[in-house]
Design a protein around this ligand. Structure first.
Ligand SMILES: NC(=O)c1ccc[n+]([C@@H]2O[C@H](COP(=O)([O-])OP(=O)(O)OC[C@H]3O[C@@H](n4cnc5c(N)ncnc54)[C@H](O)[C@@H]3O)[C@@H](O)[C@H]2O)c1
Length: 257
């Protein structure tokens, strides 16, 4: 892809799953990658894979819930590689103690709403605020935000806080695209369907997997590499006229025109 080699990208939440897959793909494309995650062992493992493949990458502990941590993540890119050209926002609090308690409106404690919105939405706000001045100083750049099919699927009877957080991510994507597109900053989103990264393998929700395969016009479940390819494209110069879009990457689960 054009415009990835030698450029520097920050992956905010790249220890496992989609974030790790995208970080590895960016490394394969010749980009420098800064992998931040609350799971530092996982982030280090992602970086090791990039370096073993001949790429350049560094790992750092990073917490989406902490503004200073977001600034430090971007500062690390500058310190290690001189500047930063793009950001992939992908982390989310999918832990059993948070997402696992996100039930119907009457059954969900307010702390789940606060935590979900703080990490999944305000976390992306923190990283975007940290990186934007650098992208503007460079004359432009690209941000990709990870949403979810939950943002648009109607009648979601479970996980209302998660769905709301991903709808808010879509609004944030359009806000950045609209405000800073004229200065060369593109911002787009991806809405994955059911993608079998480490977290989904561990949860092993067989009923959900069977339902997805039954109801979605596809032959298989998603893989992190499916998202990585699209994210790399959106970060690349090949996507320079794509801005403010949120794409469903889900085997056809959501069809919208
Ligand atoms: N896999 C799917 O089926 C699917 C579907 C729709 C949307 N998504 C979205 O894709 C993204 C990646 O999910 P995934 O499936 O790869 O799961 P994952 O658990 O592998 O990835 C989430 C990452 O976020 C990190 N993280 C959690 N809290 C954090 C914090 N406070 N600060 C920094 N990092 C933190 C985790 O350590 C992990 O590395 C998420 O935003 C998720 O909502 C996934």
């Amino acid at each position: 892809m054009r415009g990835l080699t030698g450029k520097t990208f920050v992956v905010a939440g790249g220890a496992t799953g989609i974030g790790a897959g995208a970080a590895i793909r960016l490394g394969e494309e010749g980009a420098n990658v800064v992998v931040g995650d609350i799971n530092i062992a996982g982030a280090t493992s992602t970086v090791n894979k990039i370096v073993e493949g001949g790429g350049k990458a560094v790992a750092t502990h990073f917490d989406l819930a902490d503004e200073l941590s977001a600034e430090a993540l971007v500062d690390m890119a500058i310190a290690q590689f001189g500047t930063v050209h793009g950001l992939f926002n992908v982390g989310a609090d999918l832990s059993p103690g948070n997402l696992g308690r996100d039930r119907s409106l009457l059954d969900t404690d307010l702390d789940v709403w606060h935590r979900t919105l703080d990490v999944n939405v305000v976390g992306f706000v923190r990283t975007s605020r940290a990186v934007l001045p650098h992208l503007l100083a460079n004359g432009g750049g690209s941000i990709v935000n990870t949403s979810s099919g939950a943002a648009v699927s109607g009648g979601d009877r479970l996980r209302p806080a998660y769905a709301a957080s991903k709808s808010a991510v879509n609004a944030l994507t359009r806000h950045i695209a609209g405000n800073w597109g004229p200065r060369g900053v593109r911002c787009n989103g991806v809405m994955p369907g059911l993608v079998m990264g480490e977290t989904q393998e561990q949860q092993n929700d067989v009923a959900l997997q069977e339902r997805f395969l039954r109801e979605v016009p596809t032959t298989r479940l998603g893989r992190p590499a499916d998202l990585a390819a699209v994210v790399a494209f959106l970060l690349s110069d090949d996507a320079e006229w794509v801005n403010g879009q949120v794409w469903a990457i889900d085997g056809g689960a959501n069809m919208r025109a």
